[in-house]
Design a protein around this ligand. Structure first.
Ligand code: PMP
Length: 457
């Protein structure tokens, strides 16, 4: 049972002593007190099905016994940096992690957060290519450090700092639902819109977005010179946005032809979440030059990494580069245990099976409710975009979205929310959920939508 400070005391301390940037979800924010697998418990002992996994941080389940055991054993033996002496765990883990990658992605540098990983990837790309400029998508999220805030391209996440986007070019987001060229009928997803895909090998919308990217090279960059392009394999914070088929592969070729490297941000999409593949980029049929990862890699423990080729990694040898906690014994022990659990419990397979079932149930919901404008995603990386008008795709007004979201919470299901207009339910549960959890979540969502409609009428 919970025996910490009272709810009122927590609120008051928060108001007086924590910086105001710290947002807590929900009108009456939850005090989370305990977790077990797909379940979270609040201070009053109420149980919630966690369909957001703390923004995808929890990959194999809250307080998974095997991960906890590995961490506890390490805690009893040694806490330290592994970056001035050698420790076996970081070596064992590096070997296991890089074995998960195709091609020549064989060199890993451990850090502590997604922003740090992307910072490091930016540095590597610039040092390796000798070029400055980095391309990202409008609507991307790559972090909150001053460097990565420049990559992130949603006004909600940007402060007015001088030079924040120095050397960054934001290109049109290849969004097949809200974008001007459509393409939702041929997204890589088990659910399809009522229109069937007319495209052959590569999606026509993808071709249009590619042409637009080419224009950027013609007008906005020094001729033939770019350091990198960054892309999430499916945009997370941006509202589970998938790209048209074939686009990323061609974009990577274009970037390389202009002297740059391609960086896949797998902070949300890695470690089996998309079901078909272990890494999201594999679903786009290309191999990036640098891959960044965080969140699910440590099941909630602060751990992140950059994996790249030995040639690109070698550029870091030109000066000292140090990170006190990156790959420390506890982080490495946790990372190893997470990989074990994903394999032993076949969680990638579960993501595919439960995710596909879940997406199909949501697609049925979309048939019944006009305001469910779009259902998209792969595996257990799912988005439900709520609209006020199916035809114009105008976002559902935030108060209505909040109503639905809060009602789900009150009925025991936690969803995330995102997209520039805050109208997309972001659903990324721990990968251990079952089909009956998925069904429960859909039933609760249906009931919340019905209640909101009833209030409106
Ligand atoms: N990349 C992506 C795709 C993310 O979603 C996030 C976090 N939301 C980050 C990078 C930054 O990670 P962190 O918060 O650990 O710095």
């Amino acid at each position: 049972p919970y025996n910490g400070p009272s709810y009122e005391q927590i609120l008051s301390t928060r108001k007086s002593h924590l910086t105001p940037n710290l947002v807590a979800h929900f009108k009456k924010p939850l005090v989370i007190h305990a977790g077990h697998m797909q379940w979270l418990y609040d201070h009053e002992g109420r149980r919630y099905l966690d369909m957001f996994g703390g923004i995808v941080t929890v990959s194999v389940g809250h307080c998974h016994p095997k991960v906890n055991r590995a961490l506890n054993e390490q805690i009893e033996t040694l806490w330290h940096t592994t970056n001035i002496y050698m420790h076996p765990k970081i070596h064992e883990y590096a070997e296991r992690l890089v074995a998960k990658f195709p091609g020549n992605l064989k060199s890993v540098c451990f850090v502590n957060s997604g922003s740090e990983a992307n910072d490091l990837a930016m540095l590597m790309a610039r040092l390796h290519t000798g070029n400055q400029d980095i391309i990202t998508f409008r609507n991307a999220y790559h972090g909150m450090s001053p460097y990565t805030m420049g990559l992130t391209a949603q006004s909600t996440w940007r402060y007015p700092l001088p030079g924040i986007s120095n050397g960054i070019v934001h290109v049109m987001n290849p969004d097949p639902y809200q974008g001007i060229w459509g393409g939702d009928a041929c997204r890589d997803s088990p659910v399809q819109t009522s229109r069937s895909c007319q495209c052959q090998d590569s999606c026509q919308a993808g071709v249009e977005y590619y042409n637009e990217l080419e224009q950027t090279f013609k007008y906005s960059l020094p001729r033939g010179r770019v350091a990198a392009m960054f892309a999430e394999s499916i945009q997370g914070v941006g509202g589970t946005v998938q790209y048209p088929k074939g686009y990323l592969k061609r974009a990577a070729e274009l970037v390389r032809a202009n002297g740059g490297v391609f960086v896949a941000d797998e902070v949300q999409t890695g470690f089996g979440r998309t079901g078909n593949h272990f890494w999201g980029f594999e679903g786009h049929d290309y191999v990036p030059d640098i891959v960044t990862m965080a969140k699910g890699i440590g099941n909630g423990f602060p751990l992140a990494a950059v994996v790249t080729t030995p040639e690109i990694a070698a550029t870091l040898g030109m000066a000292l580069h140090f990170n006190t906690y990156g790959g420390n014994p506890m982080a490495s022990a946790v990372g190893l245990a997470v990989l074990d659990v994903i394999e032993e419990e076949q969680l990638q397979r579960n993501s595919l099976d439960v995710g596909t079932y879940f997406l199909k149930c949501l697609a049925e919901l979309q048939q019944r409710f006009e305001l469910v404008g779009d259902v998209r995603g792969k595996g257990l990386m799912v988005g439900v975009e709520l609209v006020s008008d199916r035809l114009t795709k105008a976002p559902l007004a935030v108060p209505h979205v909040l109503d639905i979201w809060e009602t789900c919470k009150d009925m025991g299901v936690l969803f995330g929310r995102g997209g520039l207009h805050g109208n997309v339910l972001r659903i990324k549960p721990p990968m251990c959920i079952t089909k009956s959890d998925a069904k429960f979540a859909v039933d609760v969502l249906e009931s919340a939508i019905t209640k909101t409609f009833a209030k409106q009428n």
